[in-house]
Design a protein around this ligand. Sequence first.
Ligand SMILES: [Fe+2]
Length: 212
Amino acid sequence: MKVQIKPGFLFPTQFWTAELNENIEQLQNEAYSIRNNDKDGVRKSNSGLQGYHSRDIRNLDNLPGTNLLLNQIINAVSTIHQISRQGELQLTNFWININGKGSSNTPHTHSGLTYSGVFFIKVPKEMKGGRFLFYRNFNEADLMSTEYMGLFKEGYQKQGYDYPINTISPKENMLVVFPSWVPHAVEINLSDEERISLSFNFKLNRTFSNVK
Ligand SMILES: [Fe+2]
């Protein structure tokens, strides 16, 4: 008897994108003012001498454009959440990244949170590198080789799910939201222009209705 082998797929992961309509020039100016007021910033996933990662932004008094952007982000993430889930979301923190030539963000997750995301404030006109990368698994991050993937038969059209890495080409005013546990990174910016983004985290205020 011939054994029947059935292929299946495991665990699709949702992410969401939206195009916003923010004042990009104002947001760029505010990002530079954040860097001017705290030139050191912090070292997190940022790699390379020209990579700036701000501290968490706590005061929006002099950042009206960023304030408006955050309201839009809160609306968008709340809408995403309410489509199929319950409970109150809370914006926990947000910061900016300014990636000059040669800088990148190494693969990482924002574990312990619910939703994370990024909004692109400045994308070099001639984008070289600097794409946003999602990894299926950290262990696969460097395993795109034929030795790992094998060879597909001639005529097979590769699909997004055939790859352990998915890429997003950033565009100004583009919002990307994803589950916080998904490993992600930013490619090295090879352009002479800086690349600016704002990143954020949301957590879910869990309520346990069966606990008194
Ligand atoms: Fe991140």
